[in-house]
Unconditional design. Structure first.
Length: 104
């Protein structure tokens, strides 16, 4: 909405079906990192911004990823392609739990 794109616009830019984009948008489907990368590119935004949270819904300035972070995300991307939807949701829930309990 912030970019003024409809699901149809994103469908044209990514080649992903509008019904699939709707399921992703409404939290009924967990997309792969490859799919998120397509959506991010269509929105002209960095992939990392999908993982940035702002309670007010404002667009956040994203920092560049470190080499270690890039290696980690690359590994997750490689292994996540073999996961089904249920396993992806479980993995995401685990990551959120770890992040919430991490000592900073």
């Amino acid at each position: 909405m912030q970019k003024g794109f409809s699901q149809g616009d994103i469908e044209k830019r990514t080649g992903l079906l509008r019904c699939y984009l709707s399921r992703v948008e409404n939290g009924h489907t967990v997309p792969s990192l490859d799919t998120l990368a397509k959506i991010a590119q269509a929105l002209d935004m960095p992939l990392a911004q999908f993982f940035a949270e702002d309670s007010l819904g404002h667009e956040m300035n994203t920092q560049r990823l470190t080499d270690d972070e890039l290696r980690f995300l690359t590994q997750i991307r490689r292994y996540s392609t073999n996961l089904n939807d249920s396993d992806r949701k479980l993995l995401l829930a685990m990551v959120k739990k770890f992040a919430a309990t991490a000592v900073r």
